[in-house]
Design a protein around this ligand. Structure first.
Ligand SMILES: Nc1ncnc2c1ncn2[C@@H]1O[C@H](COP(=O)(O)OP(=O)(O)OP(=O)(O)O)[C@@H](O)[C@H]1O
Ligand SMILES: [Mg+2]
Length: 147
């Protein structure tokens, strides 16, 4: 349920996940967090936290932590969050979806609160996961998915 996110802004929740990853892995993460809404629903903060946590965990495990980066920004009325790396990429993304629980779990989590999820990967260049939400979905409590 991540009650520790309760009093945090959306950006603070994202920074908490980045800091935890850096500490756990003894690596550094670059970030570009733009002006994003501070007050959002708890499920949205949990989703953003888990997104960054799993995205960075994948970047570490499968890309050696190379070029780990977190971005969050508004694009028009969309909120976009992205975790990327500059690792070797995924040769067969369709097959990768069935290899673990992390990516399917994240996609389900994002879609449960009305967002869209995408995986981009180029062999030899790196991997990125992106979640996009409309601004009006950020405050909506929506389906309960607070785990
Ligand atoms: N950043 C990445 N760089 C390279 N390959 C990746 C990356 N992220 C995911 N993959 C590939 O996609 C597969 C599926 O990822 P997913 O997160 O679903 O599972 P996992 O990390 O293997 O295990 P877990 O269930 O613990 O998350 C991985 O096994 C890996 O082969
Ligand atoms: Mg994973």
């Amino acid at each position: 349920m991540l009650p520790e996110l309760e009093s945090l802004s959306l950006a603070e929740a994202i920074f908490l996940a980045i800091g935890a990853h850096e500490e756990r892995s003894d690596t550094t993460v670059s970030f570009d967090i733009g002006e994003i809404p501070a007050v959002v629903s708890h499920p949205m903060k949990v989703c953003a936290y888990r997104f960054v946590q799993e995205g960075l965990s994948n970047a570490l495990r499968h890309a050696g932590g190379r070029g780990q980066k977190v971005e969050a920004r508004m694009a028009g009325t969309d909120f976009i969050i992205r975790v990327s790396d500059k690792g070797d990429g995924i040769t067969d993304t369709a097959e990768a979806w069935s290899r673990g629980l992390g990516l399917p779990g994240l996609r389900g989590r994002v879609e449960a609160i009305g967002g869209t999820f995408s995986l981009q990967s180029t062999t030899g260049e790196g991997t990125a996961i992106t979640a996009t939400f409309r601004r009006d979905q950020l405050q909506a409590v929506g389906a309960s998915n607070g785990s």
